[in-house]
Design a protein. Structure first.
Length: 184
């Protein structure tokens, strides 16, 4: 059960309700995470603005792979379910690629490098090794793109932390666990 209060629809300020309606128009429903953060219009604005801005820095499947890798690293069941849903419904990702992304890999070698690097960023708290940085570069990522990978990973850290603190109620089907010992 969610630990933070979700404001009733009639108590959500008009501007905030418009932001929620925009999310609903994009996804087909308003996820519980957004309903919860609507209690603080500034936080809702930060999250939706960050998501909108970062939707342009890397291709969709790479962002979805990073989202899944980061959410797996943080053990965020809500985010894993939501990103699995979005990657399937809107990103056209296969169930195999989704499972690979969760363990820092992909069917695409370049995308695998981004997912792996994002997980390394999270697991090391940003203190990646020279070899890990060289690995993402050797996959073809430029320094501006590496900055984008880090920033997208941090975006998902933010929502992982919100949902882990809240223990947000799932409003879509949960996902099964994956074997994180699969070689990357």
């Amino acid at each position: 059960m969610s630990r933070l209060n979700v404001p009733p629809s009639e108590e959500v300020p008009a501007g905030t309700q418009q932001a929620l309606d925009n999310v609903g128009a994009q996804l087909g429903f308003i996820p519980n995470m957004f309903r919860t953060i609507a209690s603080n219009p500034s936080v809702l604005e930060v999250v939706t603005t960050l998501q909108g801005t970062l939707s342009r820095v890397l291709d969709g499947r790479t962002r979805h792979s990073i989202a899944l890798a980061v959410s797996q690293a943080n053990g965020c069941g809500y985010c894993l379910a939501m990103h699995t849903h979005v990657a399937t419904e809107f990103g056209g990702m296969s169930s195999d690629d989704i499972e690979l992304a969760r363990v820092g890999s992909s069917v695409d070698p370049k995308r695998a490098a981004a997912a792996r690097f994002a997980q390394q960023v999270v697991e090391s708290r940003g203190r990646v090794s020279d070899a890990e940085l060289a690995g993402v570069r050797s996959a073809g990522y430029t320094d501006p793109q590496i900055l984008a990978i880090v920033t997208v990973a941090v975006q998902f850290l933010l929502t992982n932390f919100i949902n882990n603190v809240n223990q947000t109620d799932l409003d879509i089907p949960a996902v099964d666990s994956v074997d994180t010992t699969v070689p990357r």
